[in-house]
Design a protein around this ligand. Sequence first.
Ligand code: ZN
Length: 176
Amino acid sequence: MICEIAQLGAPVLRQTAEAVSDVHDAEIRRIIEAMQSTLATTSGVGIAAPQIGESTRIIIIASRPTPRYPSAPLMEPTVMINPGFRILSDRQEKDWEGCLSVPGIRALVPRFQEIGIHYTDQQGDLVESKLSGFVARIFQHEYDHLEGKTYLDRVENNTDIFAESEFVKLVAGRNT
Ligand code: ZN
């Protein structure tokens, strides 16, 4: 099932999402499948359940080079249930982010570069891992959706917010 992406201003994007108690529950399976098929129709590199209108603690990280993120590293799409993280290094870096729920906008967002993550996988097993750089950035972006935040809430200065058309010019200019 392909879902509509909740857009900035939708109340579901401002709620704290509910923890999943049973990963094998049919409703949870349905939400995961809807997130997978919806993400596949976009050029996004991640999605959180609230973005398809489900206030549930599930995210998918699917880093891959796309027209939106040409230099993203390739990884298997990973479903993370009840995810959490801790900061391994205080170092933050600003880089560009966009969001399927915030169309037409890109902004520079500070994120921690090294994080230790944990989540429950679709089999119900606890997984622990370390993420760095761009993939750590995607994780923190999607995690924020579960806390009712968008990346615009992390922007330090309004001058760091660009229209997508201006962002494209900036990146094109940088590459020539
Ligand atoms: Zn987003």
